[in-house]
Design a protein around this ligand. Sequence first.
Ligand SMILES: [Zn+2]
Ligand SMILES: [Zn+2]
Length: 238
Amino acid sequence: MLFLTHFHSDHVSGIPDVWLSGWLGSPMGRRKTPFHVIGPVGANNLMTNLEKAYSLDISIRTVDEKLPPQGVAIKVDEFAKDGVVYEKDGVKVIAFEVDHGDVIKPAYGYRIDYNGHSVLISGDTRYNPNVIKFGSGVDLLIHEVAMARPELMSNLFAQAIIAHHTSPQDCGRVFAQAKPKLAAYTHLVFLANEKVPEATLDDLVKQTRETYDGPLEVGEDLTAFEIGETVKVTRWKQ
Ligand SMILES: [Zn+2]
Ligand SMILES: [Zn+2]
């Protein structure tokens, strides 16, 4: 199952791989039931046209590799406002609108609840009170963040990108108000150019600490969070 937050290409261009490789035989996904996509209005259009774009590959593999047609089928559930978008076996997922910029709509975050525990992921957004409202008291609050060294901020392109995201200080404000058991960063937008290098992870933490002094992790690829009485963090890098 795939949940879409918004339609920026860097958030959707990997879908064909997840969808189609997930259908392939061993050692790939071997999916035999439809690929379920839940997302804001626009999800149907995206998935219908991906199906068209890959139709020849699908028909070839169905005949050649005898893969089950139902495993490549797509089921889309679209939503247009805040609310429960999935509920099954005690798992409840709530979508809530965020603010990724005046014309970058729709843009949503998600909250997942199960067995008295909860996780929120902000999606791409500027500082937005909806994240605090839905994230209040969650076990794990995962937020996007963007930053650039001050020397880069005279650059109009950098200003435009930063304006679509949340600064470390504003993320700290969100964490301080929502008070999750653990706050974590994902989607680190660290701007740079030929002359000005990226900010560092130390800069990120230091700037967050200006507004928040609770538990904080900076996520990286394959970081896993196990939620029970506490939130256990596992990193996969050697
Ligand atoms: Zn985006
Ligand atoms: Zn993004």
